[in-house]
Design a protein around this ligand. Sequence first.
Ligand SMILES: C[S@@+](CC[C@H](N)C(=O)[O-])C[C@H]1O[C@@H](n2cnc3c(N)ncnc32)[C@H](O)[C@@H]1O
Length: 291
Amino acid sequence: MKTTRLAPGSASASKSSQACNAGNSLPGRETPDEPTLTPPLKWAGGKRWLVPYLRPIWEQHSHRRYVEPFCGGLAAALGLMPARALLNDVNPHLINFYRQVPRGLAVNIKMRNEEGTFYGHRSRFNQLIKLGAFQTAEAAQLFYYLNRTCFNGLCRFNQSGEFNVPFGSYQRINYAGDFGQYGPVFGHWSFTNSDLELLQIEPEDFIYADPPYDVEFTSYSAGGFSWEDQVRTAERLAAHSGPVVLSNQATTRIIKLYEQLGFGLSYLEAPRRISCTGDRSTASEVLALKL
Ligand SMILES: C[S@@+](CC[C@H](N)C(=O)[O-])C[C@H]1O[C@@H](n2cnc3c(N)ncnc32)[C@H](O)[C@@H]1O
């Protein structure tokens, strides 16, 4: 199997990687990125840093519909700006927020970086969840506020389904007054809230899949995403007839899984941005390609 190790934004890195195994070149960009919209939410595992590597691949397929089954904070989608996109995530609050934006989501609630306001808004958000009213503009505003103000922008729920991330105690937070600049973009994209297997993928679609990282050597499954979920994701992606790009942590078993399914592999050093432990060291990332 062809493999490549790259450094971000460096074409020469792909040359030096030829010692490790030539071929399957994945060009980084030497020119600065074009200005793009920044993701409106903080989201763990955002792939903004990967956009310079994804763009040259995407540019060859930009006539296709872009499908991201694990869209998270939209860092990749907003970096690539496809004209047509199907963006999916299992998190219903995230998808509700994206759906409310083109409907003219406005900020009416108090956006203040103080503990009392935070816990008041968190209680109201949890009340809306309990009432089944989480697909509303009010829930979207509260979700945005909690995302910016809570600890590390995390999104965690307890056994009863209540959002339970504590106050973040940041010095200063910038809150958007509205989301007008995102409206026309999100209005052209489709957002769904389902599992990969239920997604209505067309044979010609371009898929960029960025599932939760595989966590090897522990029974802990990141974000409830087990090893079985990694395997069924890989098999679903392998069965797709159009182009596929997958990113994940370069664990031994992920490498083996995608190699066995016939993907070409490239390696990158990923910055760790949001971590519960405060760990911001780099990690090895693998890109599995079937183009
Ligand atoms: C690494 S993040 C994606 C980040 C995204 N690529 C970005 O650039 O912002 C993985 C996402 O997968 C979602 N997820 C977890 N399990 C899922 C499932 N079974 N189906 C769909 N999405 C899932 C999580 O909610 C999370 O947002």
